[in-house]
Design a protein around this ligand. Structure first.
Ligand code: CMX
Length: 441
């Protein structure tokens, strides 16, 4: 296949960018941009500026910007699927990789490219079938990605011993494109095998990536637009979150994209990260069940929130390690719901929680951010369109997140980022420095 516009553009961008990174590293490596305190060493490296990405940036007040654009600006700028409200995910990936909004022709090139790469090897399905049917869908999803590692073009090229450092991004890009092309097929396969009586729906070659996912899930439109919106919103959140950082960390050892993404997906499966969307819906259902499936009053809701906190659990979907206001990804889903499902009782309940929970969390006094994150909203839209199996929701997050983390590790290799290796210290050392008022260098 001739080299695509995306790959040529990416090549030019990486080569033009590389001298900037090399100059910073060689000539300005000693310039201090931060210092680390004991709280940060123990407390998950919060606010330590030691990762670099130009693909997205998370401002605590404003929320995420993809390549400098806010969520509404991104959605407005990208080429739309004809006759649909939402943009092509394929065009969004071009934008993530290059920082340029693609033309319709450039977008269609990736649509065709991903279709050509989308065949999942049979052994991957065989592996999934060998797993107990009640395995968590995230375990199946991560396993499928890891099982496919045998296909890695990076690993094969590396094994020849002829690959130069500056050329490593190319097979990383090829692996990333292969994986992305196949993820909707794998996700929908897991869904249909596990929840829909093993009735698998083959892809429709006429459809785009998001449209095909909806089709293979067996969910009627406008679920195609839900899928496109959902994948774009969940794609990237700069590089310090668990799934992005894990993917980057593993890739820094020159592990290929399959190893790296599978590891990142395992991080996403944690309840403090991506699994929160499943937990939110479980919490909402429990609340409704206690009231014989009627909507609670605000007072009842307040009590349920306190009961959750008093039992030592977190309120899922609320709080964030960086954000200090309502997540714009929550807002985008809320706008969509106002338009498409305004009378849905679960949507009304989500809005009611938004009215009550920030006050309860503020009174509770622990969290630094009492506002909702992306996960507080996503399940409700899924239920509305018929995806009622909440343990599947994090797989949807994972398909979207792959776009961001794979774009990031392609650039990691393009710029030759080093193997990650922070330094640890002992508790004795921390206690000594604490008494001395700091580490004397
Ligand atoms: N409910 C109750 N307590 C909360 C809370 C919440 N939603 N959010 C934070 N807290 C608590 C923390 O557990 C912590 O308590 P301890 O001091 O007892 O350990 C305290 O408030 C301070 O935490 P923080 O600095 O505000 O938040 P962190 O950066 O430590 O954690 C996060 C961030 C997201 C893990 C946390 O807010 C949380 O657990 N939220 C609920 C789970 C969730 O929605 N996760 C999804 C996040 C988005 C995503 O990655 O998908």
């Amino acid at each position: 296949m001739a080299e695509s516009t995306l790959k040529q553009t990416l090549k030019q961008k990486i080569e033009a960018f590389r001298p900037r990174t090399q100059k910073l590293n060689k000539e300005f490596g000693e310039v201090v941009i931060d210092k680390v305190n004991i709280g940060q060493a123990i407390g998950g490296a919060r606010d330590v500026r030691c990762l670099v990405t130009d693909i997205s940036y998370l401002d605590p007040q404003e929320g995420i910007r993809f390549r400098g654009k806010t969520i509404p600006e991104t959605f407005a700028a990208l080429p739309k699927v004809p006759g649909k409200e939402q943009p092509f995910v394929e065009g969004f990936f071009y934008f993530l990789l290059t920082g340029e909004i693609p033309t319709m022709d450039q977008t269609q090139e990736i649509v065709a490219d991903w279709k050509a790469r989308s065949a999942v090897p049979q052994y991957v399905f065989d592996v999934l079938r060998a797993m107990p049917r009640d395995s968590h869908p995230m375990t199946m999803f991560s396993t499928a990605i890891l099982a496919m590692q045998r296909e890695s073009k990076f690993a094969k090229k590396y094994a020849t011993g002829t690959m130069k450092k500056n050329d490593m991004w190319e097979p990383m890009y090829e692996d990333s494109m292969d994986i992305l092309a196949r993820l909707p097929v794998i996700g929908a396969y897991i869904y249909r095998m596990k929840y829909k009586g093993d009735t698998i729906i083959p892809a429709d070659p006429k459809l785009d990536w998001g449209g095909n996912f909806a089709h293979m899930m067996g969910i009627p439109n406008p679920y195609d637009d839900v899928a496109r919106m959902y994948f774009i919103l969940h794609s990237d959140h700069e590089s310090g979150n668990v799934s992005a950082h894990t993917t980057h960390l593993v890739a820094s050892a020159l592990s290929d994209a399959y190893y790296s993404l599978s590891a990142g997906i395992n991080g996403l499966a944690g309840p403090l990260h991506g699994l929160a969307n499943q937990e939110v819906l479980g919490w909402i259902k429990q609340t409704m069940k206690k009231l014989n499936n009627t909507l609670p009053s605000k007072e009842q809701l307040k009590q349920f929130l306190w009961d959750t906190l008093n039992s030592g659990q977190v309120i899922p979907g609320y709080g964030h390690a960086v954000l200090r206001k309502t997540d714009p990804r929550y807002v985008a889903q809320n706008e969509f719901s106002k338009k498409h499902l305004p009378n849905d009782p679960l949507f009304q309940l989500v809005n009611m929680i938004y009215e009550v929970a920030p006050g309860v969390l503020t009174e509770h006094g622990k969290t630094k951010n009492p506002w909702p994150n992306v996960d507080a909203h996503s399940g409700v839209i899924q239920v509305h369109y018929g995806v009622v199996e909440e343990d599947f929701y994090t797989v949807l997050f994972g398909i979207g997140r792959a776009l961001g983390v794979l774009a990031n590790i392609t650039w990691d290799r393009g710029l030759g980022y080093a193997i990650e290796r922070p330094k640890s210290v002992t508790t004795d050392m921390l206690e000594k420095w604490a008494h001395e008022g700091g580490r004397k260098i």
